[in-house]
Design a binder for this molecule. Structure first.
Ligand code: AP5
Length: 222
């Protein structure tokens, strides 16, 4: 391919729609989706030492210590699929320390998307979110209900999706987001996430089309 693989970061408060938008982006652009939360939940499910420790923080709505997440994410980013397809990094970095570690590793995105949604709407999204353990797809009991009874019957809820925990996760996000944004000032794009998911996606798609255009102009064709 003549175009260079895209490298995208997507950030936003809990339930701002990062995972939902990532599903849509991956469908069209084929980027390797790397979600820090998903990687951590996989560790928790595997019952590893890191997973056990991570779960204590996740249950409280706090950031998992950098000793666990930094290496985990950097290792994942350096795998061949991410290098070849480009990557879509979801929920990372979430602190100045994590952003700094990426800088040191020479890992920079082309675009940093920040989804913006008001607090009270976020809480309503969290408590009615459900996951399909078979496909990994994200649902909402009101806004994105399951397609059929069979899927509805197998949906699960995340252990940190209570209102109380969501409020702590939100506070954690607010305490850190400015510091993270500071690293990506030149490439940040704010997207209003408080609209139906396909409207939100239409804006993101435009950003990615523009970016691809720009990248293909910069890479000399062979
Ligand atoms: P993580 O899994 O990343 O959770 P989060 O940031 O709280 O984000 P969510 O997954 O809750 O939300 P989302 O933005 O993906 O929204 P979704 O698309 O699902 O992290 C979990 C924990 O892991 C953290 O608390 C922390 O402990 C740890 N962790 C993760 N990253 C870390 C890091 N870098 N460092 C340290 N620790 C880390 O949508 C939510 C709901 O809304 C769904 O039901 C969906 O259907 C619905 N919805 C989505 N879009 C719309 C829309 N436009 N309109 C209506 N409903 C919508």
């Amino acid at each position: 391919a003549m175009t260079k693989p895209l490298r995208i970061m997507i950030a936003g408060a809990p339930a701002s729609g990062k995972g939902t938008q990532c599903e849509l982006i991956v469908e069209k652009y084929g980027l390797t989706h790397i979600s820090a939360g998903d990687l951590l939940r996989a560790e928790v499910a595997a019952g590893s030492e890191n997973g056990k420790l991570a779960k204590e923080y996740m249950t409280k709505g706090l950031l998992v210590p950098s000793e666990i997440v930094v290496k985990m994410v950097i290792d994942r980013l350096s795998q061949p699929d991410a290098q070849e397809n480009g990557w879509l990094l979801d929920g990372y970095p979430r602190s100045a320390e994590q952003a700094q570690a990426l800088e040191v590793a020479g890992i920079r995105p082309d675009l940093f998307i920040l989804l913006e949604v008001e607090d009270e709407i976020l809480i309503g999204r969290v408590v009615n979110r459900r996951m399909d353990p078979v496909t990994g797809k994200i649902y909402h009991l009101l806004y994105s209900p399951p397609e059929n009874e069979e899927i509805a019957a197998r949906l699960t809820q995340r252990f940190d999706d209570t209102e109380e925990k969501a409020r702590v996760r939100l506070a954690t996000h607010c305490a850190n987001v400015e510091a993270v944004i500071g690293f990506y000032k030149e490439i940040i794009q704010h997207v209003d996430g408080n609209r139906p998911k396909l409207e939100v996606y239409a804006d993101i798609d435009k950003l990615l089309i523009d970016l691809q255009k720009k990248e293909s102009e910069e890479v000399p064709s062979k």
